[in-house]
Design a protein around this ligand. Structure first.
Ligand code: GMT
Length: 375
Protein backbone atom coordinates (compact mmCIF):
# COMPACT_ATOMS: atom_id res chain seq x y z
CA UNK A 1 0.00 0.00 0.00
CA UNK A 2 1.04 3.62 -0.42
CA UNK A 3 0.58 5.19 3.00
CA UNK A 4 0.92 8.80 4.13
CA UNK A 5 1.86 9.27 7.81
CA UNK A 6 1.51 12.64 9.52
CA UNK A 7 2.94 13.15 13.01
CA UNK A 8 4.97 15.38 15.28
CA UNK A 9 8.63 14.68 14.51
CA UNK A 10 9.80 15.25 18.09
CA UNK A 11 10.65 12.96 21.03
CA UNK A 12 6.98 12.79 22.16
CA UNK A 13 5.32 9.38 22.34
CA UNK A 14 2.92 10.03 19.45
CA UNK A 15 5.75 10.91 17.05
CA UNK A 16 7.86 7.98 18.21
CA UNK A 17 4.95 5.58 17.75
CA UNK A 18 4.06 6.95 14.30
CA UNK A 19 7.68 6.74 13.16
CA UNK A 20 8.11 3.18 14.41
CA UNK A 21 4.82 2.27 12.71
CA UNK A 22 6.05 3.72 9.41
CA UNK A 23 9.35 1.87 9.65
CA UNK A 24 7.62 -1.42 10.43
CA UNK A 25 5.19 -0.95 7.52
CA UNK A 26 8.09 -0.19 5.18
CA UNK A 27 9.85 -3.35 6.32
CA UNK A 28 6.74 -5.25 5.30
CA UNK A 29 6.98 -3.78 1.81
CA UNK A 30 4.56 -0.85 1.98
CA UNK A 31 5.59 2.54 0.60
CA UNK A 32 5.52 5.01 3.46
CA UNK A 33 5.49 8.79 3.03
CA UNK A 34 6.10 10.87 6.16
CA UNK A 35 4.68 14.38 5.98
CA UNK A 36 5.94 16.62 8.76
CA UNK A 37 7.92 19.82 9.41
CA UNK A 38 11.15 18.10 10.39
CA UNK A 39 12.78 14.70 10.02
CA UNK A 40 11.23 12.50 12.76
CA UNK A 41 13.77 11.69 15.50
CA UNK A 42 13.61 7.95 15.12
CA UNK A 43 13.86 8.11 11.32
CA UNK A 44 17.61 8.43 11.15
CA UNK A 45 18.33 5.47 8.89
CA UNK A 46 17.86 5.08 5.13
CA UNK A 47 15.20 2.70 3.84
CA UNK A 48 14.38 2.57 0.12
CA UNK A 49 10.62 2.61 0.61
CA UNK A 50 10.44 5.42 3.18
CA UNK A 51 10.01 8.96 1.89
CA UNK A 52 10.09 12.15 3.89
CA UNK A 53 8.23 15.27 2.75
CA UNK A 54 9.04 18.40 4.69
CA UNK A 55 6.24 20.87 5.26
CA UNK A 56 7.68 24.28 4.40
CA UNK A 57 5.89 27.09 6.17
CA UNK A 58 6.52 30.35 4.34
CA UNK A 59 7.32 33.40 6.41
CA UNK A 60 5.94 36.80 5.54
CA UNK A 61 6.11 40.04 7.57
CA UNK A 62 2.31 40.02 7.91
CA UNK A 63 2.30 36.65 9.71
CA UNK A 64 2.66 36.86 13.47
CA UNK A 65 1.82 33.16 13.43
CA UNK A 66 3.08 31.12 10.46
CA UNK A 67 0.09 29.24 8.96
CA UNK A 68 1.34 25.68 9.57
CA UNK A 69 -2.04 23.99 9.20
CA UNK A 70 -2.61 25.53 5.77
CA UNK A 71 0.90 24.58 4.64
CA UNK A 72 0.38 21.06 5.99
CA UNK A 73 -2.96 20.60 4.18
CA UNK A 74 -1.45 21.84 0.91
CA UNK A 75 1.56 19.53 1.31
CA UNK A 76 -0.80 16.63 2.01
CA UNK A 77 -2.70 17.35 -1.24
CA UNK A 78 0.52 17.53 -3.28
CA UNK A 79 2.07 14.40 -1.78
CA UNK A 80 -1.15 12.39 -2.13
CA UNK A 81 -1.54 13.40 -5.77
CA UNK A 82 2.11 13.05 -6.78
CA UNK A 83 2.52 9.65 -5.16
CA UNK A 84 -1.01 8.37 -5.65
CA UNK A 85 -1.35 7.51 -1.95
CA UNK A 86 -4.03 5.03 -0.90
CA UNK A 87 -4.66 6.56 2.51
CA UNK A 88 -3.54 9.08 5.10
CA UNK A 89 -2.86 8.07 8.70
CA UNK A 90 -2.61 11.09 11.01
CA UNK A 91 -1.29 10.88 14.56
CA UNK A 92 -2.43 13.45 17.13
CA UNK A 93 -5.62 15.32 16.33
CA UNK A 94 -4.33 18.89 16.52
CA UNK A 95 -3.86 20.14 13.83
CA UNK A 96 -3.38 16.95 11.83
CA UNK A 97 -7.00 15.77 11.75
CA UNK A 98 -8.35 19.14 10.61
CA UNK A 99 -5.59 19.59 8.01
CA UNK A 100 -6.40 16.07 6.74
CA UNK A 101 -10.09 16.98 6.49
CA UNK A 102 -9.22 20.01 4.39
CA UNK A 103 -6.94 17.94 2.12
CA UNK A 104 -9.70 15.34 1.79
CA UNK A 105 -12.24 17.97 0.72
CA UNK A 106 -9.85 19.52 -1.81
CA UNK A 107 -9.11 16.12 -3.35
CA UNK A 108 -12.79 15.17 -3.37
CA UNK A 109 -13.45 18.14 -5.64
CA UNK A 110 -10.88 16.69 -8.00
CA UNK A 111 -12.56 13.28 -7.93
CA UNK A 112 -10.17 11.48 -5.58
CA UNK A 113 -11.31 10.02 -2.29
CA UNK A 114 -8.53 9.75 0.27
CA UNK A 115 -9.41 7.76 3.40
CA UNK A 116 -8.23 9.41 6.63
CA UNK A 117 -7.37 7.41 9.74
CA UNK A 118 -6.89 9.47 12.88
CA UNK A 119 -5.06 8.00 15.86
CA UNK A 120 -5.66 9.81 19.13
CA UNK A 121 -2.71 9.79 21.51
CA UNK A 122 -3.79 11.48 24.72
CA UNK A 123 -2.95 15.11 25.23
CA UNK A 124 -4.71 15.91 21.94
CA UNK A 125 -7.88 14.96 23.85
CA UNK A 126 -7.27 15.20 27.58
CA UNK A 127 -5.22 18.40 27.85
CA UNK A 128 -5.02 20.48 24.69
CA UNK A 129 -8.02 19.16 22.79
CA UNK A 130 -10.64 19.88 25.42
CA UNK A 131 -9.49 23.51 25.66
CA UNK A 132 -12.46 25.60 24.48
CA UNK A 133 -10.15 27.27 21.98
CA UNK A 134 -9.70 24.00 20.09
CA UNK A 135 -12.67 21.81 21.02
CA UNK A 136 -15.07 22.62 18.13
CA UNK A 137 -12.42 21.95 15.48
CA UNK A 138 -11.07 18.86 17.24
CA UNK A 139 -14.55 17.39 17.68
CA UNK A 140 -15.55 18.14 14.08
CA UNK A 141 -12.40 16.83 12.45
CA UNK A 142 -12.32 13.63 14.52
CA UNK A 143 -15.91 12.96 13.45
CA UNK A 144 -14.94 13.52 9.82
CA UNK A 145 -12.18 10.89 9.91
CA UNK A 146 -13.00 7.61 8.17
CA UNK A 147 -11.54 5.63 11.07
CA UNK A 148 -10.71 6.81 14.59
CA UNK A 149 -8.36 4.81 16.75
CA UNK A 150 -7.23 5.38 20.34
CA UNK A 151 -4.15 3.91 22.00
CA UNK A 152 -5.99 2.58 25.09
CA UNK A 153 -9.47 1.79 26.38
CA UNK A 154 -9.09 4.68 28.78
CA UNK A 155 -8.41 7.17 25.99
CA UNK A 156 -11.39 5.85 24.05
CA UNK A 157 -13.64 6.46 27.10
CA UNK A 158 -12.10 9.89 27.73
CA UNK A 159 -12.73 10.88 24.12
CA UNK A 160 -16.40 9.85 24.26
CA UNK A 161 -16.74 11.69 27.58
CA UNK A 162 -15.09 14.87 26.25
CA UNK A 163 -16.53 15.20 22.75
CA UNK A 164 -19.73 14.34 20.96
CA UNK A 165 -18.24 11.57 18.82
CA UNK A 166 -20.74 9.89 16.50
CA UNK A 167 -18.45 7.12 15.29
CA UNK A 168 -16.94 4.03 16.75
CA UNK A 169 -13.49 4.54 18.25
CA UNK A 170 -11.34 1.45 17.80
CA UNK A 171 -8.62 0.67 20.31
CA UNK A 172 -5.28 -0.23 18.77
CA UNK A 173 -2.74 -0.38 21.56
CA UNK A 174 0.71 1.12 21.24
CA UNK A 175 3.47 -1.37 20.52
CA UNK A 176 7.13 -2.01 21.15
CA UNK A 177 9.87 -3.70 19.19
CA UNK A 178 10.69 -6.15 21.97
CA UNK A 179 13.81 -7.51 20.26
CA UNK A 180 15.29 -4.04 19.99
CA UNK A 181 14.74 -3.23 23.66
CA UNK A 182 15.74 -6.56 25.15
CA UNK A 183 19.44 -5.72 25.17
CA UNK A 184 22.41 -6.75 27.30
CA UNK A 185 23.57 -3.94 29.64
CA UNK A 186 26.54 -1.95 28.43
CA UNK A 187 28.91 -2.58 31.34
CA UNK A 188 31.13 0.41 30.66
CA UNK A 189 28.10 2.74 30.65
CA UNK A 190 26.77 1.25 33.89
CA UNK A 191 30.17 1.50 35.62
CA UNK A 192 30.40 5.21 34.88
CA UNK A 193 26.90 5.97 36.14
CA UNK A 194 26.79 3.60 39.08
CA UNK A 195 30.44 2.75 39.88
CA UNK A 196 29.69 1.15 43.24
CA UNK A 197 26.92 -1.14 42.04
CA UNK A 198 24.14 1.27 43.00
CA UNK A 199 20.62 0.51 41.78
CA UNK A 200 19.76 2.63 38.76
CA UNK A 201 16.34 4.28 38.96
CA UNK A 202 15.22 5.72 35.63
CA UNK A 203 12.73 8.34 34.52
CA UNK A 204 12.32 9.34 30.86
CA UNK A 205 9.86 11.96 29.65
CA UNK A 206 9.39 15.45 28.24
CA UNK A 207 9.49 16.90 31.79
CA UNK A 208 6.09 18.53 31.50
CA UNK A 209 3.90 19.20 34.54
CA UNK A 210 1.68 16.22 33.77
CA UNK A 211 4.68 13.93 34.47
CA UNK A 212 4.97 15.11 38.13
CA UNK A 213 8.77 15.21 38.10
CA UNK A 214 8.78 16.39 41.73
CA UNK A 215 7.27 13.02 42.70
CA UNK A 216 10.07 11.21 40.87
CA UNK A 217 12.62 13.06 43.01
CA UNK A 218 10.67 12.46 46.22
CA UNK A 219 10.24 8.74 45.59
CA UNK A 220 13.93 8.46 44.76
CA UNK A 221 14.78 10.35 47.94
CA UNK A 222 12.99 7.66 49.96
CA UNK A 223 14.65 4.84 48.00
CA UNK A 224 18.18 6.16 48.46
CA UNK A 225 17.66 6.40 52.23
CA UNK A 226 17.37 2.60 52.29
CA UNK A 227 19.63 1.35 49.49
CA UNK A 228 22.51 2.76 47.43
CA UNK A 229 20.89 4.18 44.30
CA UNK A 230 21.30 6.64 41.45
CA UNK A 231 18.51 8.51 39.65
CA UNK A 232 18.92 8.76 35.91
CA UNK A 233 16.82 11.32 34.05
CA UNK A 234 16.44 11.02 30.27
CA UNK A 235 14.76 13.77 28.24
CA UNK A 236 14.34 17.45 28.79
CA UNK A 237 11.61 20.01 29.32
CA UNK A 238 10.19 22.76 31.48
CA UNK A 239 10.34 20.96 34.86
CA UNK A 240 14.00 19.97 34.67
CA UNK A 241 15.32 23.00 36.50
CA UNK A 242 12.81 22.55 39.33
CA UNK A 243 13.94 18.93 39.69
CA UNK A 244 17.57 20.02 39.90
CA UNK A 245 16.72 22.57 42.59
CA UNK A 246 14.65 20.02 44.49
CA UNK A 247 17.58 17.58 44.38
CA UNK A 248 19.93 20.24 45.78
CA UNK A 249 17.48 21.17 48.53
CA UNK A 250 17.20 17.52 49.56
CA UNK A 251 20.98 17.05 49.45
CA UNK A 252 20.77 14.26 46.85
CA UNK A 253 21.81 16.13 43.72
CA UNK A 254 25.09 14.17 43.52
CA UNK A 255 22.99 11.02 43.05
CA UNK A 256 20.96 12.50 40.18
CA UNK A 257 22.19 12.30 36.59
CA UNK A 258 20.55 14.23 33.75
CA UNK A 259 21.62 12.90 30.36
CA UNK A 260 19.17 14.94 28.25
CA UNK A 261 17.41 13.70 25.12
CA UNK A 262 18.71 10.37 23.85
CA UNK A 263 18.06 8.64 20.55
CA UNK A 264 19.47 5.26 21.60
CA UNK A 265 17.04 5.01 24.50
CA UNK A 266 17.32 1.20 24.52
CA UNK A 267 20.95 1.46 25.74
CA UNK A 268 19.75 3.52 28.71
CA UNK A 269 16.89 1.16 29.58
CA UNK A 270 19.38 -1.72 29.47
CA UNK A 271 21.22 -0.46 32.56
CA UNK A 272 18.14 0.44 34.63
CA UNK A 273 16.74 -1.51 37.58
CA UNK A 274 13.45 0.35 37.97
CA UNK A 275 11.41 2.84 35.94
CA UNK A 276 9.39 5.56 37.70
CA UNK A 277 6.37 7.16 36.00
CA UNK A 278 4.25 9.02 38.58
CA UNK A 279 2.22 10.93 35.95
CA UNK A 280 -1.01 12.75 36.59
CA UNK A 281 -2.29 11.29 33.34
CA UNK A 282 -1.05 8.98 30.59
CA UNK A 283 -3.29 7.73 27.82
CA UNK A 284 -0.92 4.77 27.59
CA UNK A 285 2.63 5.40 28.82
CA UNK A 286 4.82 4.23 25.93
CA UNK A 287 8.00 4.78 27.96
CA UNK A 288 6.71 2.36 30.61
CA UNK A 289 6.15 -0.27 27.92
CA UNK A 290 9.64 0.28 26.52
CA UNK A 291 11.01 -0.18 30.04
CA UNK A 292 9.11 -3.45 30.43
CA UNK A 293 10.39 -4.70 27.08
CA UNK A 294 13.88 -3.98 28.47
CA UNK A 295 13.08 -6.18 31.52
CA UNK A 296 12.77 -3.13 33.77
CA UNK A 297 9.85 -3.18 36.24
CA UNK A 298 7.72 -0.05 36.55
CA UNK A 299 6.35 1.87 39.51
CA UNK A 300 3.72 4.25 38.23
CA UNK A 301 0.44 5.86 39.09
CA UNK A 302 -2.79 4.16 38.08
CA UNK A 303 -3.85 7.23 36.06
CA UNK A 304 -5.52 6.93 32.66
CA UNK A 305 -4.32 4.02 30.55
CA UNK A 306 -1.30 3.27 32.77
CA UNK A 307 -3.15 0.56 34.63
CA UNK A 308 -3.78 -1.21 31.30
CA UNK A 309 -0.03 -1.24 30.64
CA UNK A 310 1.60 -1.63 34.06
CA UNK A 311 -0.14 -4.47 35.88
CA UNK A 312 -0.12 -3.95 39.63
CA UNK A 313 1.93 -6.64 41.36
CA UNK A 314 2.98 -8.20 38.05
CA UNK A 315 5.09 -5.90 35.89
CA UNK A 316 5.64 -3.52 38.81
CA UNK A 317 3.20 -1.60 40.96
CA UNK A 318 0.67 1.19 40.54
CA UNK A 319 -0.46 3.76 43.12
CA UNK A 320 -2.76 6.76 43.41
CA UNK A 321 -1.52 10.05 41.94
CA UNK A 322 0.79 11.76 44.44
CA UNK A 323 0.99 8.81 46.83
CA UNK A 324 4.75 9.06 47.45
CA UNK A 325 4.64 6.72 50.43
CA UNK A 326 3.14 3.80 48.50
CA UNK A 327 5.30 4.34 45.41
CA UNK A 328 8.46 4.46 47.56
CA UNK A 329 7.47 1.36 49.55
CA UNK A 330 6.63 -0.58 46.38
CA UNK A 331 9.87 0.46 44.71
CA UNK A 332 11.81 -0.80 47.74
CA UNK A 333 9.78 -4.05 47.67
CA UNK A 334 10.90 -4.65 44.08
CA UNK A 335 14.53 -3.75 44.76
CA UNK A 336 14.63 -5.62 48.10
CA UNK A 337 16.70 -8.54 46.84
CA UNK A 338 18.03 -9.93 43.60
CA UNK A 339 15.49 -12.76 43.34
CA UNK A 340 12.49 -10.45 43.77
CA UNK A 341 13.86 -7.97 41.24
CA UNK A 342 14.55 -10.79 38.78
CA UNK A 343 10.97 -12.04 39.16
CA UNK A 344 9.57 -8.59 38.36
CA UNK A 345 11.99 -8.22 35.45
CA UNK A 346 10.78 -11.47 33.90
CA UNK A 347 7.09 -10.73 34.45
CA UNK A 348 7.44 -7.20 33.05
CA UNK A 349 9.11 -8.63 29.97
CA UNK A 350 6.47 -11.32 29.61
CA UNK A 351 3.64 -8.77 29.86
CA UNK A 352 5.31 -6.52 27.26
CA UNK A 353 5.02 -9.36 24.70
CA UNK A 354 1.30 -8.63 24.52
CA UNK A 355 2.23 -5.33 22.85
CA UNK A 356 4.78 -6.90 20.54
CA UNK A 357 5.12 -4.95 17.30
CA UNK A 358 4.22 -8.09 15.33
CA UNK A 359 0.82 -8.27 17.10
CA UNK A 360 -0.14 -4.64 16.55
CA UNK A 361 1.05 -3.81 13.01
CA UNK A 362 -1.40 -6.30 11.43
CA UNK A 363 -4.25 -4.51 13.24
CA UNK A 364 -3.36 -1.26 11.47
CA UNK A 365 -2.91 -3.10 8.17
CA UNK A 366 -6.38 -4.63 8.56
CA UNK A 367 -7.83 -1.14 9.01
CA UNK A 368 -5.98 0.10 5.92
CA UNK A 369 -7.21 -2.86 3.83
CA UNK A 370 -10.83 -1.80 4.37
CA UNK A 371 -10.05 1.04 1.95
CA UNK A 372 -7.67 -0.73 -0.38
CA UNK A 373 -9.34 -3.90 -1.58
CA UNK A 374 -6.65 -4.87 -4.10
CA UNK A 375 -3.72 -4.31 -1.74
O1 GMT B 1 3.28 12.40 27.15
C1 GMT B 1 3.39 13.39 26.43
O2 GMT B 1 3.35 14.53 26.89
C2 GMT B 1 3.61 13.23 24.95
C3 GMT B 1 2.39 12.67 24.28
C4 GMT B 1 2.45 12.73 22.77
O3 GMT B 1 1.39 12.92 22.20
O4 GMT B 1 3.48 12.59 22.15
O5 GMT B 1 2.24 11.31 24.69
C5 GMT B 1 0.97 10.75 24.56
O6 GMT B 1 1.03 9.75 23.52
C6 GMT B 1 1.85 8.62 23.85
C7 GMT B 1 1.87 7.69 22.65
O7 GMT B 1 0.60 7.21 22.36
C8 GMT B 1 1.33 7.94 25.12
O8 GMT B 1 2.14 6.83 25.44
C9 GMT B 1 1.35 8.94 26.28
O9 GMT B 1 0.79 8.33 27.42
C10 GMT B 1 0.53 10.16 25.90
N1 GMT B 1 0.70 11.18 26.95
C11 GMT B 1 -0.32 11.57 27.73
O10 GMT B 1 -1.43 11.09 27.65
C12 GMT B 1 0.02 12.58 28.76
Amino acid sequence: MRIGIVCYPTFGGSGVLATELGKALAEKGHLVHFITYQQPVRLSMFMPNIFYHEVQVPTYPLFDFPPYETALASTMVNVIKTNNLDLLHVHYAIPHASAAFMAKMILQQEGKDIPVITTLHGTDITLVGKDKMFAPVVSFSINQSDVITAVSENLKEETYATFDIQKEIEVVYNFVDVERFNRKPLDAFKKVLAPNGERVILHASNFRQVKRIADVVQVFNEIQKQIPAKLLFVGDGPERQNAEEQGRALGIFDKMIFVGKQEQIEDVFAIADLFLLPSEYESFGLAALEAMASKVPVVSTNAGGLKEVNIDGVSGYTAEIGDIETMSARALDILRDEATLQGFRERAFHHAQQYHISNIIPQYEAIYRRFCKDC
